[in-house]
Ligand binder design. Structure first.
Ligand code: DIR
Ligand code: MN
Ligand code: MN
Ligand code: MN
Length: 305
């Protein structure tokens, strides 16, 4: 299967600037070369621009609402198109990117009558709606959007929302009060760092991957830089201490690869402007390579139980 790189130099999902440098940082860190070295044919579709959109009011409560709608429309269509041709990797850009990437890949699987699953690797739940967000930053809303929460005026309608029980979030350690309350009534599989400390990260992930496999589902993986501990992945606007270690993160990626289930991937929230010598971009490239087959030693594909 070909891999398709889709650059989304977007910064509209939050106020701090710099994520727009992300796609080129991944390229500079050698993403194409890493994947080519694993035997893939890599097609780089370059950097997108938002679809035409209304001008934003700088005083509005929601930051750059219209520009984010423009990005969502562009990414949605591009994602749908890319799914027919290979495995898309969306290069962010902030996490508002996933409004469009997940919207698009889910529209594709809806058309194919395949259940859509979503693995969200993040310190945050991103379960707000434009009505509940207190920051006004839309990067905190994509899980709410794709699971069909109300309040996303102006955004494309999701024909078949992703069922809550098809969503797994790993790495949580910063959840806003409104999100926590709303999450409580859902069937989303959400694991905070404490549970990961207690059980290890492999156990909840294996259970989720098993579910995807049984349902013959499509699996979108959304990797937010802040899933990782800031000690080795500092280039993100919202660092939260106590994140996944580099070994936990690689284990997650290697298990995803072993499962053979991943059909699309986001690399989001990287802000290269906050970094030293591109080290966080390099970590993200190495994790993407692990998700797509890089190993120290060859191992037989492992069955989940
Ligand atoms: C945060 C979202 N809860 C907000 N934060 C981030 O602004 O509503 N998500 N960084 O990844
Ligand atoms: Mn996020
Ligand atoms: Mn986050
Ligand atoms: Mn918030």
């Amino acid at each position: 299967r070909d891999i398709i790189l889709i650059g989304a130099p977007m910064d509209s999902g939050k106020r701090r600037k710099g994520c727009l440098m992300g796609p080129d940082a991944y390229r500079t860190a050698g993403l194409t070369e890493a994947l080519t070295g694993l035997g893939y044919r890599v097609r780089d579709w370059g950097n997108l621009a938002p679809a035409e959109h209304a001008p934003d009011d700088p005083e509005a409560r929601i930051y750059k609402h219209h520009e984010t709608v423009g990005w969502t429309n562009r990414l949605w269509r591009t994602g749908q198109d890319a799914m027919a041709k290979g495995l898309p990797i969306f290069l962010g850009g902030d996490h508002a990117l996933s409004l469009g990437s997940v919207g698009g890949v889910n529209a594709y699987s809806t058309e194919k009558n395949q259940p859509q699953f979503l693995l969200w690797l993040d310190a945050h739940t991103d379960y707000h709606t434009p009505e509940t967000t207190d920051s006004g930053n839309l990067h905190g809303t994509p899980v709410g959007y794709v699971t069909g929460r109300k309040g996303f005026a102006g955004f494309p309608k999701i024909e078949r929302p992703i069922p809550e029980e098809n969503v797994c979030i790993l790495g949580l350690r910063s959840v806003d009060a409104a999100e926590r309350e709303a999450m409580q009534d859902t069937n989303i599989h959400a694991y905070d760092m404490r549970r990961i400390d207690e059980t290890g990260i492999a156990k909840p992930l294996a259970a989720f991957l098993n579910k995807v496999k049984k349902a013959n589902g499509a699996l979108h993986v959304s990797l937010d830089v802040d899933f990782l501990d800031p000690a080795f992945a500092p280039a993100v606007g919202t660092t939260v201490p106590g994140g996944a270690t580099i070994r936990e993160a690689h284990l997650v990626m290697e298990m995803i690869c072993d499962s053979g289930l991943m059909s699309s991937l986001d690399l989001v929230e990287l802000n290269p402007f906050l970094d030293e010598r591109g080290r966080t971009a390099q970590v993200m490239v190495d994790l993407a390579a692990s998700a797509l087959g890089r190993r120290v030693f060859d191992r037989p594909t492992r069955a989940f139980s």
